[in-house]
Design a protein around this ligand. Structure first.
Ligand SMILES: *Cc1c(COP(=O)(O)O)cnc(C)c1O
Length: 395
């Protein structure tokens, strides 16, 4: 019987994580809003990716309830088996129009969209050039694809170009990057990357999970911001962040969509999303397209918070956008900082390896259109106090 031995080994490994301040545990929360409750304690949250506050928007809640009454809670089977729900068709049309692409295809999550796209287009003979800081779902897709994977320095266009020139491949060349990076909060130089992609005849995939609904004149994302929508072959996004729902999507051409429907295993072999989730996302896109005030408040909030933290002496790792990482360094200190903020009534998670590089543990603040100025000001005061206590900023 191997059971008990395995349990002992697993427990040893978990103890080691604890010793290194890398142990993770779930905290219970029973309210999904900015004023939330974590493990029973009331706190103001600065950690959600619900950037526009849409997961609590009354019109979106109504749309979800209405569609549940009409169509039920579950979808019964995969989209190819049980019939493609009409809400899918409506949402995919809307997403394509929103992203200025010919087509779009929904997956059950952003994670699955990355796995599904990368494993479909990259195979044994191909080479993927992937930004070093790309999200775990991109990394996992690369591994599963069995392609040769070359990681270029973060946002470093000349390193990318040198590697493309140097590395020989008999198959396709594929470039993958995030648009707005999830942990560093910075934005990829997409117009330069799309130029390189053209010059070297690569397929360019951009994961804009965080930029969608947030960046660009119309909230279409980092491609709109960088003015290079036509230079990207496949944009990946999620319905679960600014859109306040659940699901991933691919915005692309008709051919690539049809190819994915036929070949992508994470698309084919999983049950379709529930109607409520699709109805919510449809309503969310309507709101984003018709209500510019939402994004204006978000922008005002991220400017206010970023400016305040920098002038208190914190090292803020991104220049714009709703993701505001504050460098702390050692994981133990980051965890302690986060704990002290919790004691002061703010929920700001510490991000540690392996999510980020060693020595770069940080607090990751995210801001929403729904934060009030007083909430942001109180957070900054608590950050400042805690930063001084822990010697992160000067007295
Ligand atoms: C959150 C995220 C995903 C995964 O999206 P889900 O819909 O939450 O599965 C993929 N890529 C990036 C960059 C992300 O931040």
């Amino acid at each position: 019987m191997a059971g008990p031995i395995i349990t002992r080994e697993l427990n040893d490994e978990l103890s080691e994580l604890k010793q290194n301040d890398l142990y993770r545990r779930l905290r219970n929360s029973d309210i999904n809003s900015i004023e939330t409750r974590i493990d029973g304690k009331k706190v103001t949250s600065f950690c959600s990716n619900d950037y526009l506050g849409l997961s609590n928007h009354p019109e979106i809640i109504d749309a979800a309830i209405e569609s549940t009454r009409q169509f039920g809670t579950g979808s019964g089977a995969s989209r190819l088996i049980s019939g493609n729900h009409i809400l899918y068709e409506e949402l995919e049309k809307k997403l394509a129009r929103f992203k200025s692409t010919k087509s779009s295809l929904i997956f059950s999550s952003g994670y699955l969209a990355n796995i599904g796209v990368i494993t479909t287009f990259a195979g044994r003979n191909d080479t993927i050039f992937c930004d070093k800081l790309s999200h775990a779902s991109i990394v996992d897709g690369c591994i599963l694809s069995r392609a040769q994977v070359v990681r270029f320095h973060h946002n470093d266009v000349s390193d990318l170009q040198n590697k493309i020139k140097k590395i020989k491949t008999s198959g396709k060349r594929i470039i993958i990057t995030e648009g707005l990076f999830s942990m560093d909060g910075d934005i990829a130089p997409l117009s330069e990357i799309s130029q390189i992609s053209k010059d070297y005849d690569c397929l360019l995939i951009v994961d804009d999970a965080h930029g969608t609904g947030v960046l660009g004149e119309n909230g279409k994302g980092s491609a709109e911001l960088s003015n290079c929508e036509s230079g990207i072959n496949i944009q990946i996004g999620t319905l679960s962040k600014a859109l306040g729902s659940l699901g991933g999507f691919v915005a692309t051409s008709d051919t690539i969509k049809n190819y994915l429907i036929n070949k992508s295993r994470p698309f084919i072999f999983t049950t379709a999303l529930p109607p409520a989730v699709l109805a919510a996302a449809i309503k969310a896109i309507d709101l984003i397209e018709n209500n510019r005030e939402l994004r204006k408040s978000l922008i005002a909030n991220w400017k206010h918070l970023r400016q305040g933290l920098s002038s208190s002496g914190f090292k803020v790792l991104s220049e714009t956008g709703p993701i505001i990482p504050v460098l702390i360094g050692e994981p133990g200190k980051a965890v302690l900082f986060s704990q002290k903020l919790m004691d002061r009534g703010f929920y700001v998670p510490a991000i540690r390896p392996p999510a980020v590089e060693k020595g770069k543990s940080r607090l990751r603040l995210t801001v929403s259109a729904n934060h009030g100025t007083e909430q942001i000001d109180s957070l900054m005061e608590a950050m400042s106090k805690t930063g001084k206590e822990l010697g992160i900023i000067g007295k």
